[in-house]
Design a protein around this ligand. Structure first.
Ligand code: HGY
Ligand code: MN
Ligand code: MN
Length: 437
């Protein structure tokens, strides 16, 4: 086939097929209001991984799992010595999550690979579809465990030892999931990657507001997460006097109020969230003996994030009163900017496909954060209806989902056909590197 007859892989992306797979995945862990509850390493997560492997087997993709539970499906390239190009996201969800957060990126990568196969192109480098373990961090905190361990940013053993609220460790839950994937071989942890591209819903209202289809993600805002433990003393609600009490709840509330006041900004850019607030023993006639609460703090300016995050511990300690308080920082991730090379590839692909697009900062976190230091990394956004997400009303049209997969197919085939992928690579003509059947 000569260069000008190269049929672009993106023309083989099938909107109905992608929508069908997303619907099938949405049935796994489906909630009554149309969302999903598919928390990390749950039986629903295992079922979703099984489904992905089965789809991969029917396409001849080679599955593998690494020691932290990241799942890979490989389209072999013609040059086995070349580092693979990775694309994917996560299958796990929030407890009342939406049908698109994460799983769209995994299935868009699957659809893009299926389209690349159908186009007859045979990429030089292998393409690995990946489902990262525990991106959301709702059952096991912090999130992004799989991508962080893959990238060497977190220690495998430390993460394996993390337990959920019932005391089940990642290690134990992972072993149970592995049981349902016994036919899937293990692979090296942190194998090389030539580049990583993640498609994801925007989880904000901007693209829809401006009538755009594609977001060329410029970077990810910084995020610091903490867990706070307040210890008081259980006492009788009727007999203990205020003077005697060590009321963990009142102390925790004072801390949260002080943090909210100190972190308040008139521009509404600071994102301060206490999403988890566990009171014990949580009995109406017992003065609370302890409170565990979470803090999720984000800002696009790393210096501001550093300064604001450094206030957390002193403020909690200053409002502990007669109670004890322990503040633990779980994750510290400064703002990052994706390389111009990947942003250029994504922007050019959207333009080639005549898709209205713009640069956009991600205010949500993604696994791409951990791939960014490892290899040239980029992200493609598609619109979220009204910006709704981390809720069951999350929605993106199948046309927009397919458009994102088309851009992804174009970018993946470009990356997989190059001699080398760098942060500052030049664009090479597609057919100069790819062999076509
Ligand atoms: O929290 C986040 O930003 C991601 O959606 N887990
Ligand atoms: Mn996500
Ligand atoms: Mn999410």
């Amino acid at each position: 086939m000569s260069a000008n007859t190269t049929t672009r892989a993106s023309t083989f992306v099938d909107e109905k097929r992608l929508a069908g797979r997303l619907a099938a995945m949405a049935r796994i862990g489906a909630t009554e209001k149309g969302g999903v509850n598919r928390q990390a390493l749950s039986k629903e997560d295992a079922e979703a991984q099984r489904q992905l492997v089965d789809w991969g087997n029917s396409l001849g993709l080679k599955p593998s799992v690494d020691a932290i539970g990241n799942l890979f499906l490989r389209l072999e390239g013609t040059d086995p010595s070349a580092a693979p190009v990775l694309s994917g996201s996560h299958l796990d969800s929030q407890p009342t999550g939406g049908r698109f957060d994460g799983v769209y990126g995994v299935l868009a990568a699957f659809e893009a690979v299926e389209a690349i196969i159908a186009s007859g192109a045979r990429p030089r480098a292998s393409i690995d579809i990946v489902a990262w373990m525990n991106e959301e961090g709702s059952r096991f905190a912090p999130g992004m465990m799989g991508s962080a361990v893959f990238a060497g940013a977190r220690e495998l053993d430390t993460v394996l030892a993390v337990a959920d609220a019932t005391g089940v460790t990642v290690e134990k839950a992972l072993a149970d999931v592995r049981e349902s994937l016994r036919d899937v071989p293990e692979r090296w942890l942190g194998e090389r990657a030539a580049a990583y591209v993640e498609a994801h819903i925007e989880q904000g209202p901007q693209l829809e507001k401006e009538g755009l289809t594609i977001g060329v993600v410029t970077g990810i805002q910084g995020k610091r997460t903490f867990k706070v433990r307040v210890d008081g003393e259980a006492a009788h609600a009727g007999t203990s006097t205020r003077a005697e009490r060590k009321d963990a709840l009142l102390a925790a509330i004072a801390m949260v109020r002080a943090l909210a006041d100190a972190l308040h900004d008139a521009e509404d850019i600071v994102k301060f969230t206490v999403g988890r607030f566990d009171v014990k023993p949580s009995a109406p006639s017992v003065v609370p003996s302890s409170v565990d609460f979470s803090i999720d703090l984000r800002h696009p300016d790393s210096q501001v994030l550093q300064a604001l995050g450094d206030k957390v511990r002193p403020l909690c300690e200053a409002h502990a009163g007669v109670c004890a308080v322990q503040v633990t920082e779980l994750s510290t991730a400064m703002s990052l900017e994706f390389p111009a090379s990947l942003r250029g590839l994504i922007r050019d692909a959207a333009a080639r496909l005549d898709l209205p697009h713009r640069d956009i900062l991600s205010t949500a976190g993604h696994d791409a954060r951990y791939l960014h230091p490892v290899c040239p990394t980029g992200m493609i956004f598609v619109p979220s209806h009204l910006g709704l997400t981390h809720c069951e009303a999350e929605f993106t049209s199948s046309a927009d989902l397919a458009a994102g997969a088309r851009v992804l197919a174009e970018v993946l085939i470009e990356l997989a056909c190059r001699q080398a992928v760098t942060n500052t690579m030049r664009s090479l003509p597609l057919s100069s590197q790819c062999s076509l059947d």
